[in-house]
Design a protein around this ligand. Structure first.
Ligand SMILES: Cc1cc2nc3c(=O)[nH]c(=O)nc-3n(C[C@H](O)[C@H](O)[C@H](O)COP(=O)(O)OP(=O)(O)OC[C@H]3O[C@@H](n4cnc5c(N)ncnc54)[C@H](O)[C@@H]3O)c2cc1C
Length: 404
């Protein structure tokens, strides 16, 4: 655990001080020959690997089970009026996430603040809660992070967040446009095989099956999904243990579209922690009068929402919101919910390493198995962040490229 916290601090320092470019983090030697690389998953990890391997002169084929790229970066637009949008997954980009920012810049995507000034003034209690929840994650046990904050006397640096103007899904969409028709949508990988000569992905598309061969493979899907794939020959015992045991957090969101952003008139920012999670004005910075108040729950509160029927989830969100922002009853127009445990292509929100798992499962999780390499937010120094997915995809692309 100590090693990883130090590693995290090193990255934080480097990123903050130098605004490191992706290529400095993952330098690859020029490829000796062009290789056929199969990539499973068109989330950010798979997409960045494909993008960089193409630049390096390799041939890539990306298999994506869904009909869209982006995975857990998914902007919801249809449920809402007036062109408003809210994020189902990745919402905030911290100041120090240099990789995410570098790629947004490479694709000409504009970042805008996702936080009013006063919302950054979290109390120590709120920071402790965050540290113990989703965003604390991995490098420390909850207690250690809470200890750290306590020892700091509550003088924690303010965290500033941005988002991509128009929706965060514009980032994977930009990658997907570059990778083009090398992404095969609606192609679910159900079995992977390898031998001394190469790798094979067995794909299910509608009612038909197909086998595609390559030289190397990057498996860029969550371990929750890898658990359901046949592997031949079976992975090593330590890899199988990592895949089976890595802990994933539950996350659920309830979206409440309102006729106005009435909370602003009563002097509230629209960003507030509560017992049941976090309230976020998803429409902060978007044009118009209507608003979307989002309740973001993690862990047990998320599972409680997950177990409710859709209309009861909305009712629950309205009741909770009314306590924090009185007036919801009058302003409410429409509701929607999203629970990551029930999404068939994720089956969980993001990796949250339990105490001790970072030491045992992380090294085994990241190591290649023969010709198969692994990527995804869960195998990075930033689990639960887009930055982690990008860093892991770059590492896998570099390692494959160096071997090719
Ligand atoms: C609730 C929530 C809040 C978050 N908040 C933030 C935030 O504020 N800021 C931030 O930076 N990050 C945030 N994140 C994290 C961020 O969204 C993820 O770290 C990142 O998107 C993960 O990318 P990935 O490529 O590792 O995995 P994924 O995005 O899950 O991509 C994997 C892809 O593989 C596909 N797939 C799965 N199985 C198969 C199969 N068998 N065959 C073919 N395809 C398959 C899936 O459909 C998916 O497209 C959040 C995530 C969640 C869920």
């Amino acid at each position: 655990m100590t090693i990883h916290r130090r590693e995290f601090l090193r990255y934080s320092f480097t990123a903050a001080a130098l605004a490191v470019s992706p290529f400095e983090i993952a330098p690859a030697r020029p490829a000796q020959q062009s290789r056929r690389i199969l990539i499973i998953g068109a989330g950010l990890a798979g997409l960045v690997a494909a993008h960089e391997l193409l630049k390096g002169g390799h041939q890539v084929t990306v298999f994506e089970g869904q009909s869209r790229a982006g995975g857990r970066v998914y902007t919801l637009r249809d449920p809402f009026a007036d062109g408003l949008y809210a994020e189902a997954g990745a919402a905030r980009i911290p100041q120090e996430h240099d990789l995410t920012r570098s790629y947004a810049a490479e694709f000409g995507l504009k970042l805008v603040p996702f936080q009013p000034d006063q919302a950054s003034q979290y109390t120590t209690e709120e920071l402790k809660r965050q540290a113990g929840g989703a965003m604390g994650n991995a490098f420390w046990s909850d207690d250690t992070m809470v200890d750290l904050l306590s020892k700091s006397g509550g003088e924690s640096p303010l965290r500033r967040y941005d988002k991509i103007d128009g929706g965060n899904d514009r980032l994977p969409a930009a990658f997907a446009a570059k990778v083009g028709d090398r992404i095969r949508y609606g192609a679910s990988v159900i079995r992977i095989e390898q031998d001394g000569q190469g790798v094979r992905a067995i794909i299910q598309r509608g009612g038909s099956r197909e086998t595609v061969s390559g030289d190397f493979m990057i498996c860029a899907i969550p371990f929750t999904m890898l658990r359901g794939i046949d592997v031949s020959p079976v992975f090593s015992a330590v890899k199988r243990k990592a895949i089976e045991q890595l802990n994933y957090s539950a996350a659920s969101r309830v979206y409440l579209q309102t006729a106005s952003r009435y909370w602003v008139k009563s002097g509230k920012s629209g960003f507030q922690m509560s017992e049941q999670g976090e309230f976020i004005d998803a429409t902060f910075g978007q044009a118009g009068d209507r608003g979307i108040m989002m309740l973001y729950a993690l862990g047990d509160p998320a599972r409680r929402i997950d177990h409710l029927k859709p209309d009861l989830r909305i009712q629950y969100g309205r009741t909770e919101a009314e306590r924090i922002y009185p007036g919801m009853g009058m302003s409410f127009e429409n509701g929607f919910s999203w629970c990551w445990d029930e999404v068939p292509w994720a089956r969980g929100a993001f990796a949250t390493y339990l105490p001790g798992q970072m030491v045992t499962l992380y090294p085994a999780g990241t190591q290649p198995e023969g010709r198969i390499y692994f990527a995804g937010e869960h195998l990075s120094s930033w689990p639960g962040w887009m930055q982690g997915a990008l860093a892991s995809g770059l590492r896998a692309a570099r390692d494959v490229s160096n071997r090719a």
